[in-house]
Ligand binder design. Structure first.
Ligand SMILES: Nc1ncnc2c1ncn2[C@@H]1O[C@H](COP(=O)(O)OP(=O)(O)OP(=O)(O)O)[C@@H](O)[C@H]1O
Ligand SMILES: [Mg+2]
Length: 370
């Protein structure tokens, strides 16, 4: 059981005293800083609209520069209840202790009055989402080696959370917007553990489901069953997204929804890999690596959680595929060797799995309206 975070329960005055005494950063267990609101208001120009770099379920994110010239990203949380505030305190403590090259660094926080601010390292290359589907996608800054490297990095960050962090952390919200990219395009997994801020139950599912339905493992979407393998499933979806730049769920003409696994499976079985690779790569990809990555992704997205690999295995396999380590991954599906044509229109009907996802979505929408 974790000790309570001492800082979160300090008054603003006490926080400031602690700062003046130079107590911050002295304790190895608490490597983050306590910021003053003044400092963060100055850094973000009073949370000026021009500084806003994103908006998510928990609040808005602003770019800032500290008086020492360090670039930061400040997440300004929406107003919280007393219970959520306690959870915020615990989360900040847990996240503050977690350090890994592929996890977004928490620099510190501010808690005072109704304001809850979390300060992170600023990631100049924004999120994977921006590159795959957003305003940077047309520039195609993500060449094949960068994509493979990002996949390995994100897998390593997640493997650390699952296997090494103490306590172990299940992310619960692995998706393209939560993989940020530093100056060298190294992946930094963000928002780990934040799902725990949401109370267990339907409302939790509701909030997280919104907009990220395509990443949810079926057992989580349908029964709220959470385990590390839910993250593995989401990571499999992310892998397919990285290589294809397809969205996790796509709306077909007529309103039918198709998920990325259903889209990729027939191409994979027929060996039609040129159809899978992002066309913006203009054929500049390593075919063997693509095959392996898709194979790994399909293992990760197995319908049965117990059949999915661990993130440690995924890291090994990806490194093997990239030639960094030799490990074989066995396909769970038969693989064709031709480049047969597969028509996108092969999918007219909604499958039982899709309809279950649809049910989860409808359910969550219903709760959202409450
Ligand atoms: N440290 C950071 N550096 C640079 N940009 C960031 C940073 N943190 C977040 N962002 C940007 O802000 C956006 C919003 O982030 P946020 O985590 O609030 O929402 P989200 O990931 O889109 O959704 P959710 O709240 O469901 O996780 C991100 O997509 C990203 O583009
Ligand atoms: Mg996020």
């Amino acid at each position: 059981m974790h000790k309570k975070c001492f800082c979160c329960f300090l008054s603003e005055e006490e926080q400031s005293k602690a700062r003046n005494k130079g107590e911050k950063n002295k304790n190895k267990d608490y490597p983050w800083e306590i910021y003053t609101s003044k400092e963060l208001l100055r850094a973000t120009n009073n949370f000026h609209q021009d500084h806003k770099i994103g908006e998510g379920g928990f609040g808005s994110v602003y770019w800032g520069r500290t008086s020492k010239g360090v670039e930061i990203a400040v997440k300004r949380l929406k107003t919280m209840t007393a219970k959520a505030e306690m959870e915020f305190a615990v989360e900040v403590e847990v996240l503050g202790r977690v350090r890994h090259k592929n996890l977004l660094g928490l620099r510190g926080f501010y808690a005072g009055g109704d304001e809850r601010l979390i300060v992170y390292d600023f990631m100049p290359n924004q999120s994977l989402l921006t590159h795959l589907h957003g305003h940077l996608s047309s520039n195609c800054l993500l060449d094949w080696p960068k994509r493979i490297n990002i996949a390995i990095g994100a897998a390593e960050g997640l493997a650390y959370l699952h296997h090494e962090a103490n306590p172990h952390i299940i992310h619960r919200d692995i998706k393209a917007s939560n993989v940020l990219l530093d100056l060298e395009f190294q992946a930094k997994v963000a928002d780990f553990g934040f799902a725990k801020l949401i109370p267990e139950g339907v409302s939790h599912l509701t909030t997280r489901v919104k907009g990220t339905l395509g990443y949810l493992a079926p057992e989580y979407a349908m029964w709220g069953k959470v385990s590390e393998s839910c993250d593995v499933y989401s990571f499999g979806i992310l892998l397919l997204e990285i290589v294809s730049a397809k969205k996790p769920i796509e709306k077909l003409p007529g309103g039918v929804k198709r998920d990325i696994v259903q889209w990729v499976t027939p191409y994979f079985q027929k060996g039609a890999f040129n159809h899978i690779a992002d066309s913006k790569l203009k054929g500049k990809f390593d075919l063997d690596q693509l095959k392996s990555v898709v194979m790994i992704a399909l293992r990760c997205t197995d319908g049965s959680p117990e059949k999915r690999p661990s993130m440690a295995e995924v890291v090994d396999w990806l490194k093997g595929a990239a030639g960094k380590r030799r490990r074989e991954v066995t396909p769970s599906l038969s693989l064709g060797n031709g480049d047969d044509e597969v028509d996108d229109d092969d999918y007219g009907e909604i499958t039982p799995y899709q309809s279950k996802l649809k049910m989860a979505s409808t359910d969550s929408d219903r709760h959202k309206r409450r």
